[in-house]
Design a protein around this ligand. Sequence first.
Ligand code: 13P
Length: 261
Amino acid sequence: MTKPKIVIGNWKMNKDFEEAEDLITQIEEQLADFQLQTEVVLCPPAVYAELVTDHADIDENHFYAGLQNVSEFENGAYTGEISAEMMASMNVDFCIVGHSERRKYFGETDEVVLKKMHRLLTNDIVPVMCCGETLEERKAGKHFEVVQKQIESTVCTLTADELERVMIAYEPIWAIGTGETATPAQAQEMLAFIRSLIEKKFGTELAVFTYILYGGSCNAKNALELFSQPDVDGGLIGGASLKPDEFVKIIEAAETVIKDN
Ligand code: 13P
């Protein structure tokens, strides 16, 4: 049996409060009629965390609460930062780490990403660790090398117990917000490669169990084909997660794949 898919909405730095409320309400209303197997996670900007944690109820509203970033520090004098402990106390269940936008604009290294993953794991929050190459790196044929380094210096340093509570998202930087999606074959090839790295370090059972998602211009039109690839366990969705109709269609695509298998 195919394992249930996961669809995560990363709202990035978008929406004012009223728009955010409206988006959640619309998603909630549209999902109300489904008997979903797909797990849905909404990651709003942290300032709206309570909007999502108030509504996140996997049985009733079919989604979990996530956020987009966490401090690498435990607590204390770190103005502007938000700790994993604070997030856990608000019932946040997932958190994106190492997104390429954080690596690019905020200088996040694999070392920092790993610290953040540890903070999240200590507080029982699932890290969704992002990796992916630039266009230049792909053109130079270095994409496997780049992703391998990102995976080996983060995920592969964890214990098996920790890895069980981690998800990975492959997001080629050239596909993020550009409308240029990786082909299903490119996504499958890289996700299978990532799974092989996990398998080498942790064995087949854990490699099969680990959730590996695709992200980068995933939308209602291409989701079905992407999610049909054997190693694609779901999607990390940016722009399309801001449009309720489109986001729900992506979730429907995930459901279709599960039901057809
Ligand atoms: P887009 O879906 O807008 O390309 O963004 C992908 C992404 O970065 C999700 O984290």
